[in-house]
Design a protein around this ligand. Structure first.
Ligand SMILES: NC(=O)c1ccc[n+]([C@@H]2O[C@H](COP(=O)([O-])OP(=O)(O)OC[C@H]3O[C@@H](n4cnc5c(N)ncnc54)[C@H](OP(=O)(O)O)[C@@H]3O)[C@@H](O)[C@H]2O)c1
Length: 328
């Protein structure tokens, strides 16, 4: 009973509440004819900054890439498909970790033998973040202060913003079965990767802070729940995953697609929270979880130091990573 409560009732109730809030906000925006959600102008000047956005050809990644580009940043679009990436570049030119998948109903594995969501949403990004930060640390000459135009006022030259989700409240990380070989549930797999993201950010930050006395590299890590956003990912989950019985999916799909713009946040509005994470003072957000445009407390599990240390060990082993000195 308590498992059912934690994994289903709690996340779906919190989700339903967020849908309701979105509905009210979207109706309000629509009524205010002169200020729709898409014309809001979130803050940020990214001149002199280089931003790598994963999954930048679609959804939140694409809107983030556009928002940073429009604010003077140099954007690197990290996409798995060259042609979809090039289409996104063209769209950017005409006018800124976000790749992920959500709750496929059937379990599948990557060529590395890992559950797909675990690798795409979590371990791939964990390794990317580790290597990027480690690489920067190795390039940095000892004792040289970070250049003013690339560093934050407190000297952090690198910021990692990891897209996670409030669905992390429904997670249960079983280290004996991280790949969900027994009793797969798409939603549990997704929630686990989102909890893992928050834990990883906390661990990256703590390790870097401990090392900072010995190494010149300084980086800021934070995780963001962008809201429930009207993208293919959220649409696909609402209309096609294990949340809805297969028999009724066909019937309700058009209806759900029609109401999505009302109960979900637009990608450009979601970007406001990401831009806050990208531009807020380092001390305010370092190692923190951000939702609704401000730092909030994630679930108790997500604040558990033993859990994050254990996940770090598992990630290191599964990705066969030699941990860089700046994280030791
Ligand atoms: N939408 C929401 O309500 C919501 C809420 C909370 C958190 N998030 C998180 O935000 C992030 C972006 O979600 P979104 O809603 O923008 O999704 P989206 O519109 O479906 O975009 C997903 C992106 O991930 C890429 N991707 C998918 N599978 C991949 C793989 N195997 N390898 C590399 N890239 C892959 C896609 O590339 P292709 O185009 O090549 O498939 C696409 O660029 C995800 O981490 C998601 O969990 C979303």
């Amino acid at each position: 009973m308590s498992t059912f409560w934690n994994r289903r009732v709690v996340p779906y109730s919190v989700g339903a509440l967020e849908f309701l809030q979105n509905l009210v906000s979207n109706v309000r925006d629509a009524v205010r004819a002169s200020s729709t959600s898409d014309t809001q102008d979130p803050p940020g000047d990214f001149s002199g900054k280089v931003c790598i956005v994963t999954g930048a050809n679609a959804g939140i990644g694409r809107s983030t890439a556009a928002a940073i580009f429009q604010r003077g940043g140099v954007v690197v679009l990290a996409c798995r498909s060259r042609s979809r990436g090039e289409q996104a570049v063209q769209a950017l030119q005409q006018m800124q970790p976000a790749s992920g998948i959500m709750a496929p109903p059937v379990r599948s594995e990557t060529e590395d033998g890992l559950e797909q969501q675990f690798q795409v949403n979590f371990l791939g990004h964990w390794r990317l973040v580790h290597d990027l930060v480690a690489n920067q640390a190795s390039l940095r000459r000892p004792r040289k202060a970070p250049a003013q135009h690339t560093a934050d006022s407190d000297g952090a030259s690198l910021r990692v913003i990891w897209l996670t989700s409030m669905t992390h409240v429904g997670a249960h990380l079983d280290f004996k079965d991280l790949q969900l070989r027994k009793g797969y549930s798409g939603f549990l797999g997704y929630a686990n990767t989102k909890l893992a993201g928050i834990l990883a950010i906390k661990e990256f930050q703590q390790r870097m802070d401990r090392c900072n006395g010995r190494h010149q590299q300084k980086a800021v890590f934070c995780s963001v729940h962008p809201g429930f956003v009207n993208t293919d990912l959220a649409n696909g989950w609402l209309t096609g995953s294990d949340v809805v019985p297969a028999a009724v999916q066909q019937i309700i799909r058009p209806l759900v697609r029609a109401i999505c713009p009302w109960i979900l946040v637009s990608p450009s509005k979601a970007v406001q929270t990401i831009l806050y994470a990208a531009s807020a003072p380092s001390a305010e957000i370092s190692g923190k979880y951000i939702a609704g445009g401000k730092v909030v407390q994630p679930s108790r599990q997500a604040q558990d130091d033993q859990l994050s240390a254990r996940l770090w060990e598992a990630s290191q082993k599964l990705s066969d990573t030699a941990i860089a000195p700046c994280f030791q």
